[in-house]
Design a binder for this molecule. Structure first.
Ligand code: NAP
Length: 276
């Protein structure tokens, strides 16, 4: 990913569906104004409704001020359907190119076929780069072995304080191979998934937040995007939430803060997740 891409972005799963459309557009625009210019979407989200809403929200914003990522569904990942799906996403987003185009997760089409379409889209100027999502190390090994002319820009994977299995190997692997790790669902997806402040981990977040004069969620985001190659893409549909999330860009955790959060929310391999 280019150096100038902000490490905190904006997710868009479930926007443009049944919510307050004007409020969601205002939140997205406020986030962009506060520096959250990295927007993550997918053809899957609301079957195109999220991309359509984003297209409306960004219509008057200079293209070079934005970093827009979308994803092709595995069921559309044949050569022809990938090219067609990208063109549909561009139409809904009202853009002439995406910054990165991802395979949402692995499906029945050979990676070589999908990657061939990505390379064709790069040649045509419709995407600047391509990446993958929900890939483990063996998937990445296979993907890298295909020797595409453009590198795999990123791997988008689940990553939040209570689900840190990627810290047990995948992050190191990606760093070694210059693949950005974009952590999705940084708050655990649901409103109630963030560690409660009364829990031991919640108290650690609150103490660190108080010292930085910020909030536990900002501390969590700063931790999840604490170093290369990590990025985080929280989704927010209200101004209050997006303002809070944007504030995480200004948080500089100390090495001791990172050690304490790491100890409070330990990383476990996927098959040894703690029951918290
Ligand atoms: P998330 O970002 O972990 O959580 C979203 C929830 O947190 C929403 O209910 C939101 O509420 C709430 N929230 C956001 N900011 C908040 C704040 N400051 N204070 C309190 N609550 C706050 O969940 P997610 O949407 O699953 O993940 C983020 C993005 O990652 C998605 O939108 C999508 O772009 C991407 N993603 C990718 C994949 C993949 O397979 N590649 C899978 C899942 C997600 P409001 O909406 O009311 O503001």
């Amino acid at each position: 990913m280019p150096d100038e891409v902000p490490v905190i972005g904006q997710g868009t799963w479930m926007i443009g569906e049944n919510g307050d459309r004007a409020g969601e557009i205002a939140a997205l625009r406020a986030g962009i104004a506060r520096g959250l210019t990295h927007i993550d979407t997918a053809e899957m989200y609301g079957s195109g409704l999220a991309e359509t809403l984003i297209g409306e929200a960004i219509a008057d914003i200079p293209r070079d001020d934005l970093f827009i990522v979308s994803k092709v569904l595995p069921s559309n990942a044949s050569f022809e359907a990938t090219v067609g799906a990208c063109e549909q996403s561009l139409r809904r987003l009202r853009l002439d190119h995406l910054d990165v185009y991802l395979l949402h997760w692995r499906g029945r089409y050979p990676l070589a076929e999908t990657f061939g379409a990505f390379e064709q889209l790069i040649k045509e100027g419709k995407i600047r780069a391509f990446g993958v999502s929900n890939f483990d190390i063996p998937d990445l090994e296979e993907a890298r072995s295909l020797g595409t002319s453009s590198p795999i820009a990123c791997n988008q994977v689940l990553y939040h304080l209570r689900e840190r299995h990627i810290d047990a190997g995948l992050v190191d692997y990606c760093q070694q191979h210059h693949i950005a790790v974009v952590g999705y669902s940084p708050f655990g997806h649901g409103r109630a998934s963030f560690p409660p402040l009364a829990s031991a981990g919640g108290r650690v977040l609150a103490e660190i937040a108080a010292r930085h004069r910020t909030t536990p969620r900002q501390i969590a985001l700063a931790f999840l995007a604490r170093a290369t190659p990590l990025f985080a893409i929280p989704k927010a549909s209200t101004l209050v939430h997006v303002e809070e999330n944007a504030g995480a860009l200004d948080v500089n955790l100390t090495a001791n803060d990172i050690r304490r959060i790491d100890a409070a929310f330990p990383a476990h391999p996927r098959d040894e997740l703690p029951a918290i």
